[in-house]
Design a protein around this ligand. Sequence first.
Ligand SMILES: [Fe+2]
Ligand SMILES: [Fe+2]
Length: 184
Amino acid sequence: MMPIGPLMIEHRLIERMIDVMREELKLFEKEKKLNPEFLEMAVDFIRTYADRCHHGKEEDILFRELGEKKLTDEHRHTMEELVEDHRWGRKMTAKLVEANKRYVEGDGSAMPTAIDCMKSLIQFYPKHIEKEDKHFFIPCMDYFTEAEQQAILREEWVFDRNHIHEKYKNMVIAAEKEMISRAL
Ligand SMILES: [Fe+2]
Ligand SMILES: [Fe+2]
């Protein structure tokens, strides 16, 4: 398998979540209310899976290795654009988290903000994925030898294995902090 194989498989799951978000958004607009539990779940997916696990492998492994190669101007430009897209996605997700929190606290004005953030993310992900799948990933494989591709693939598996430990370690740390602050 090429190292872009796992990344492209992950794209398919991200698209499925975006499809669910698109349907949920219609419901929010029809019922004129948000579903904060749904948003918490969607945001956890975006942050943990789409950003940390998926963009993490792109930026920390694939793009890092591509950065060592003599890329064409076009490919270098696209790679910079993709990293900038990831940053934009993080900011938009943080804005959605904040709007959802305000909504739960009773601030009705947070609803249009949350809706706008959802719309932006729903538009953003398919475009970003298309840029990678159709215009970047495959031509970029030509920069690597077969052995380099296999080394990247192996590093991706290790990244995934560490990722699950990182997620749950952080969950325990947060729970411990919560317990200590309650005991004070
Ligand atoms: Fe990406
Ligand atoms: Fe991607």
